[in-house]
Design a protein around this ligand. Structure first.
Ligand SMILES: C[S@@+](CC[C@H](N)C(=O)[O-])C[C@H]1O[C@@H](n2cnc3c(N)ncnc32)[C@H](O)[C@@H]1O
Length: 284
């Protein structure tokens, strides 16, 4: 008697995973299935199509199954794969850090456009290091510092800096605390800005997996803006810029905080979805 062994080809695996993950509420289930399988097989996405009828080995199937099971529980794809691209560079990510968002690239672009001569830069809340390292790569003459409250996040940012061969000074601490008496030409931050009451309604990928300390911005989401803006004048050189990422519908409130604290040339920049995403201003 011969036993019929089922053959799982790339095509069959992708078709099955697409409907399985879609049933679990995953957006872009087909594309995500391809990224997971690409990581397992070593093919790029075109390679998967070219090798559609290639059967997976038992080891590949076992690894793939465990990744798909994690994604079905709504763990973010980036934590499963361990990387996220930001500003043209691959960053290591882990549940210790917020996954870098492409919307945050607007903050990097505004900083480079408005403060290209900055010689001293501080990023508050470095997380994976994406903003600080993107700025350091684009401003090789500048001394770029970063501060982060979470020791695990700081370690990961340090690893990203080493991996990318970028020289930055990263310190553990809260806001400006490690930089007492120090002034910068440019201060940037993408602080936690979700109002506490909104946290429970976030999508599971964010609510259940991303670090709470990277999300919770206090009762109205503005706690970090108040604290950063209030201390900024003691840490900016004359003519220095402060630029922050903001959440949806926060730009006007943050703009008022800048104006009330004596900033000039206050601007608001939009992300590619036309959402007001960055607020900035200059100290005289
Ligand atoms: C929204 S995440 C941004 C991370 C990264 N800069 C990015 O854009 O992807 C905010 C970061 O600020 C850190 N953080 C929270 N409170 C802080 C504080 N008081 N001082 C410094 N960093 C803080 C969090 O741990 C988190 O890594």
């Amino acid at each position: 008697m011969t036993e019929k062994i089922e053959t799982w080809t790339i095509r069959k695996v992708l078709d099955w995973t697409k409907s399985y993950l879609a049933d679990k509420g995953v957006d872009n289930a087909r594309l995500e299935s391809e990224w997971l399988l690409a990581a397992i097989t070593g093919h790029d996405r075109v390679g998967l199509y070219v090798n559609y009828d290639q059967p997976l080995t038992d080891a590949e199937l076992a690894n793939y199954r465990s990744m798909v099971a994690r994604r079905a529980k709504r763990e973010p794809l980036q934590y499963i794969l361990g990387t996220q691209e930001f500003y043209g560079v691959e960053f290591e990510v882990s549940p210790a850090v917020l996954i870098p968002r492409h919307d945050t690239e607007v903050l990097v672009m505004e900083a480079l456009q408005r403060a290209p001569q900055a010689k001293t830069v501080l990023d508050i809340g470095v997380g994976s290091g994406c903003i600080a390292l993107a700025l350091a790569r684009s401003l090789p003459e500048a001394d770029v510092c970063g501060v982060e409250k979470s020791p695990e996040a700081l370690k990961l940012a340090q690893r990203n800096a080493e991996h990318l061969g970028v020289r930055v000074t990263l310190c553990e601490g809260s806001l400006f605390e490690p930089f007492l008496g120090q002034r910068f030409d440019l201060v940037v931050s993408n602080p936690p800005y979700i109002p506490t009451a909104d946290l429970a309604g976030l999508q599971p990928e964010v609510r259940d997996y991303e670090p709470l300390g990277a999300l919770d911005g206090g009762a109205d989401g503005l706690d970090f803006y108040r604290a950063i803006i209030a201390s900024a004048s003691q840490h900016l050189n004359p003519g220095g810029w402060l630029m922050v990422e903001v959440g949806i519908d926060q730009s006007m409130a943050v703009r008022e905080l800048f104006a009330a604290t004596g900033f000039t040339e206050i601007f608001i920049a939009r992300d590619p979805q036309q959402i007001e995403r960055v607020v900035g201003g200059k100290i005289i």
